[in-house]
Design a protein around this ligand. Structure first.
Ligand SMILES: Nc1ncnc2c1ncn2[C@@H]1O[C@H](COP(=O)(O)OP(=O)(O)OP(=O)(O)O)[C@@H](O)[C@H]1O
Ligand SMILES: [Mg+2]
Length: 417
């Protein structure tokens, strides 16, 4: 039997990115480098059908985008709690379930942690969103059980769970000098979670922190939903979404929804789905738009397109100016652009739902918005400018503190023990 190092491993298995941290007993948590120096890595698996190997993280995404033959899997966390999880799919002449793919990814995180620590840890605290699945406790419980099973199957003997926003709060708390009531906001790829917590240097020493959690709320809205909406509103119309056909009826929209949803894209490449898309031509008054749709499906450009929309969103959000989208790989000369105003307009309803969920959380804690000492932001999508503007409007005068967008949850998990 291998010797397992004493301490706690924290795994933040995210919809878009994952991070791993380690804390020796009584020591400070540190993030473990997962891909060269990078402390977070895309939750992505690529089954390369040229070298027949399985690739992970940035390597997986890069290989896929370079056009290497194979299958890319992302947004795996979105499948937890869904019947699709146990469905099998063929990769490199093997049938694997999505549950197996999640296990393969966790095995890689464990191996990389073992490389850094000298031996493989057997105890892990995993993060979980407040809700894996909204309004369905049975499926939510199933989601956690499936993740636990995947972790156990790769050698973690003791698996426990901690709410992601509570983990984020534990990391923040270490930097506080005085007692504070804080709204922790974690807007990631798949979910937005909110927690009102009492934090402070004195409280940190308490072993059981349940009393300090005043309220939690969560909604299944995150960066991948923003990407889907932006794709539908700004890019899919170029392929015929919302386009009126010869009879004055819209082209059936299903294909465009699937094409804008990362984990559904590959189903569109199945022969039956391709035939259905081909048959849509009768619904188009402008055949050129249908030709673009078929080019995207036949040349398997769906993930490329989705990736470009996400990158444009990030560029636009960071620079607060227009981001160009060059779509020449779909049709010579085709291009469009995304502006900061587009993001604000098209995401308004989703952002309003997210901010409403934050307000509910504070209300459930029995507090007036102004009673908060701070709002602590974590998760990649919390950087989205119109989100911060909307949040600031709802909590006027409360300071917004930006935390570690990609590593904060993992660090806190290792402190959870
Ligand atoms: N500067 C930015 N502005 C807006 N969005 C961003 C920015 N940087 C990253 N994102 C988005 O953040 C999301 C990833 O965030 P994060 O890594 O926190 O999510 P996750 O932990 O994988 O997801 P979840 O916690 O929901 O499971 C992606 O949707 C990405 O597009
Ligand atoms: Mg997260």
């Amino acid at each position: 039997m291998t010797h397992s190092p004493p301490g706690t491993l924290g795994i933040d298995f995210g919809t878009s990115n994952s991070a791993v941290s380690w804390a020796a007993p009584g020591g400070a948590a540190r993030l473990i480098a997962l891909e060269d120096e990078a402390l977070a890595m895309p939750t992505a698996v690529f089954y390369n059908s040229e070298d027949l190997r399985t690739h992970f993280g940035r390597d997986a995404v890069a290989q896929y985008l370079e056009g290497t033959e194979g299958r890319l899997m992302r947004s795996l966390k979105s499948l937890l709690g869904s019947p699709l999880l146990l469905e099998t799919t063929e990769v490199n002449h093997r049938q694997v379930s999505f549950q197996d793919i999640i296990a393969t990814f966790l095995a890689t995180l464990r191996e990389r942690a073992a490389q850094s620590l000298g031996s493989a840890p057997t105890r892990v605290v995993m993060g979980r969103p407040v809700h894996f699945v909204d309004d369905d406790p049975a499926r939510d419980a199933l989601a956690q059980a499936s993740l636990q099973q995947a972790a156990q199957s790769v050698g973690f003997e003791q698996v426990s769970f901690q709410l992601e926003p509570i983990a984020a709060a534990l990391d923040y708390e270490r930097r506080l000098k005085q007692e504070s009531t804080v709204l922790v906001v974690d807007v990631g790829g798949g979910t937005s979670d909110f927690t009102v917590v009492r934090l402070g240097p004195q409280r940190m020493r308490q072993p059981d922190r349940r009393e300090d959690v005043l309220a939690t709320s969560g909604v299944h809205v995150g960066g991948t939903d923003f990407d889907q909406k932006l794709s539908l509103d700004l890019v899919m119309p170029l392929l015929g979404y919302g386009h009126l056909g010869p009879q004055g009826r819209e082209v059936p929209s299903r294909v465009f929804f699937d094409l804008s949803t990362w984990h559904l894209i590959h189903w569109l490449y199945q022969p039956r789905a391709l035939a259905q898309a081909q048959a849509l031509w009768t619904n188009y008054a402008q055949p050129a738009l249908h030709r673009r749709l078929m080019q995207v499906l036949q040349a398997r450009l769906g993930h490329h397109l989705a990736h470009d929309v996400e990158q444009a969103k990030i560029r636009c959000s960071e620079s607060n100016s227009e981001a160009a989208l060059d779509l020449a790989y779909v049709e010579a000369g085709l291009h469009t652009a995304m502006t900061a105003a587009d993001i604000e307009d098209h995401l308004q309803a989703l952002l309003a739902r997210t901010v409403a969920c934050a307000c509910e959380c504070v209300q459930a804690a029995g507090l007036a918005p102004q009673a908060l000492d701070a709002i602590y932001l974590t998760g990649g999508s919390s950087a989205l400018r119109p989100f911060q503007t909307a949040l600031q409007a709802a909590f006027a005068g409360v300071p917004l503190m930006e935390g570690d967008l990609f590593g904060g949850v993992a660090l806190g998990l290792a402190y959870s023990r």
